[in-house]
Ligand binder design. Sequence first.
Ligand code: ZN
Ligand code: FE
Length: 255
Amino acid sequence: MDVVPVPQLSDNYAYLVIDPATREAGIVDCAEVPAVLDAVDREKVQLTTILPTHHHFDHVGGNEDLLAARPGLTVYGFDDRVPGLTDKVGDGDRVKVGSLEAEVLSIPAHTTGHIAYYFEAQGVVFTGDTLFAGGCGRLFEGDAAMMIVSLEKLRQLPDDTRVYFGHEYTVNNLNFALTLEPQNQELNDKLAWAVETTDGGGYTTPTTIASEKETNPFFRWESSELRATLAERFPDLAMEDVAVFAKTRELKDNY
Ligand code: ZN
Ligand code: FE
């Protein structure tokens, strides 16, 4: 499997998912058509499938134009608000790109219909706006308790799973993370790497589940340093998972 990041809008990523055996491809989260069709031509693949993670405009805004340009595409989706939806899927369903197979994981909270595509055999997951490098999505349609369950599902994937996320927010996310865990060495190292990478015009996608376990405060609600920081700043905060997570999310919303 080849995964080609296709930058969209100001900081979004679409991803061209290529089956090398058949040269068929799917596009995860299409906001803008021209860059996607350029990538399809450059890679000399046949686009067959759209794989939206959720219904927000910056993830599906190109669906209708892409369908007009390439009629007959399969448009997977969990949420009826996905434009052009042809094949509705549920949690645990399987979707195909050529001979590649992914499992649909329901991971609500950013939106109620948010899903991930998990290509188990290839060790790859597309997480949209639920899990970013160093961060998680805002809680637009769910709450902290719902988001913890969704992130726990992703945290259970094998450590070496490559995580392709929806936005290049990594430097900002890691700077925020450092306000809670200044002594976390992996976090400091990853921030330095992310700054150098993006300054050079590079991408910080993909990350891995292992790296997120070490650096992402929204994967680290059990961290003693994170809890100590919160306890010092908010002496009345209950030190239990959902409260810790909710406070972390609230601080990030206002960061
Ligand atoms: Zn979104
Ligand atoms: Fe988004």
